[in-house]
Design a protein around this ligand. Structure first.
Ligand code: F6P
Length: 426
């Protein structure tokens, strides 16, 4: 069978014996994880192309490219916050220092801005002491920022500081910049490895099962749904309306609806809806439910229903279209609709967006963060570059950055997840 691995670039051949204990279950560069998880998909791919695609499997290599004793590493966090950032910083630092014996690990402040000398930020020295206990804190000890910096200026800083490996923890925009940097480094044949660790609370990065922090976000939304339900039941025709993050992808809203069946309506960016027009209009359906059950809970992702709101949409520093506030908009439209219909409702509005994003990771996310961090270090030490550490079919993988940033991962309105959400809500 012809199995083609998604190509992972290297800054050079791995010839040095790893300092890791020989009892370590080493992973060879030939170990693969199938891309098509269903036999039908694999068969179809094989019939059409004569090949089956696979990811390179992540893990410690027996031979590495960099001599750890001479290594200097840099870590940065960019884009919006996400639970688990500090866990990843701690995991990378400790794997570099304690497992490989790398002497110098720099924390780069405020994302790529920290690599621009004109902005005047100095590095933060990372070691076992500076990262002690940071996994218990939300946010990022390094600070983060949005927006681009000149590749040339960043590269000059990396060279000036003799950094051999750069770990970029971030979402779409961060990974795009990491890819440009890695490409330039490869073009100039420099020995600097660039490794991405995908981060977005929205879970919207392609070619990976989930991003860290997402589970914590769903976990933290759960009690809010219960509180919204209690408020809704505590008043005649009570409505609990919860606004959660999800710029282009509504995974937090969808999974939260599955986790807590008090949700009666789940609105996501991927599924258009109308307020009053057409057979499936949202407000008449809500009216029917209130007449029947006298209470309702609605969860809405921030990117849902943007076409219903008048007004310009600005862009953020990373070039993402900013959403107008669909939560407040819906609240006003619901009030106005029921007033017009002479039907008393009591609406309570909850906006836990930033309250959830800045919290510390819960336990299973913390495990995930640590394993991502360890695998990122193994990849960097082996001289891999222009790749991110992914997770696919319960296995850690190497994913070319360019593939992961081609498009955003979204809910398929005809897929299993959305069907399950629809079956679970009434
Ligand atoms: O990182 C993704 C995200 O949390 C989106 O859900 C949200 O739209 C955006 O970031 C908010 O970003 P900012 O931190 O710039 O307000």
């Amino acid at each position: 069978m012809n199995i083609e691995t998604f190509p992972i670039r290297k800054v050079g051949p791995a010839k040095i014996k790893t300092p890791l204990d020989l009892r370590t279950p080493f992973v060879s560069d030939q170990a693969q994880v199938f891309y098509d998880r269903e036999a039908d998909g694999a068969k179809k791919e094989f019939q059409e192309t004569g090949k089956i695609h696979a990811f390179e499997k992540a893990g410690p290599r027996e031979k590495i490219f960099f001599d750890p004793n001479w290594c200097k590493a840099g870590i940065l966090t960019a884009g919006g916050l996400c639970p688990g950032l500090n866990n990843v910083i701690k995991g990378i630092t400790e794997t570099l220092k304690k497992i490989y014996g790398v002497p110098v690990v720099y924390g780069i402040p405020y994302g790529y801005a920290g690599l621009n000398p004109e902005l005047g930020y100095g590095p933060i020295m990372l070691d076992e002491n500076t990262v002690d206990g940071i996994h218990e804190q939300g946010g990022t000890i390094l600070g983060s920022s949005r927006g681009s910096q000149s590749t040339e200026a960043m590269l000059e800083t990396l060279m000036r500081m003799d950094i051999n490996m750069l770990f970029c923890i971030g979402g779409d925009g961060t990974l795009r910049a990491a890819h440009e940097l890695a490409q330039e480094i490869l073009k100039r044949e420099l020995n600097i490895s660039v490794i991405g660790i995908p981060k977005t609370i929205d879970n919207d990065i392609c070619m990976i099962d989930k991003t860290f922090g997402f589970e914590t976000a769903v976990h933290a939304t759960n009690p809010m749904i219960t509180v919204a339900h209690n408020e809704a039941k505590g008043a005649p025709n009570g409505i609990g309306l919860i606004h959660v993050m999800g710029r282009d992808s509504g995974f937090i809203a969808a999974y939260s609806s599955l986790a807590n069946p008090h949700v009666n309506y789940c609105l996501v960016p991927e599924v258009k809806f109308s307020l009053e027009d057409g057979p499936d209009a949202f407000l008449p359906k809500l009216y029917d439910r209130l007449k029947r059950r006298h209470h309702a809970v609605i969860i809405v992702a921030e990117g849902a229903g943007q076409d219903l709101i008048q007004g310009e949409r600005q862009k953020d520093a990373s070039g993402n279209l900013l959403n107008n506030n669909i939560g407040m908009f819906l609240k006003d439209r619901i009030k106005e609709y029921f007033k017009r219909n002479n039907f008393e409702v009591n609406i309570k509005y909850f906006d836990p967006t930033y309250l959830i994003r800045g919290i510390a990771a819960e336990a299973s996310d913390s495990v995930f963060c640590l394993l991502l961090a360890q695998n990122a270090v193994h990849a960097a030490m082996a001289g891999k570059t222009d790749m991110l550490v992914g997770h696919w079919s319960d296995t850690f993988t190497h994913v070319p950055i360019e593939m992961a940033i081609r498009e955003r991962k979204k809910i398929n309105p005809r897929g299993t997840l959305w069907r399950c959400v629809q079956m679970n809500i009434r």
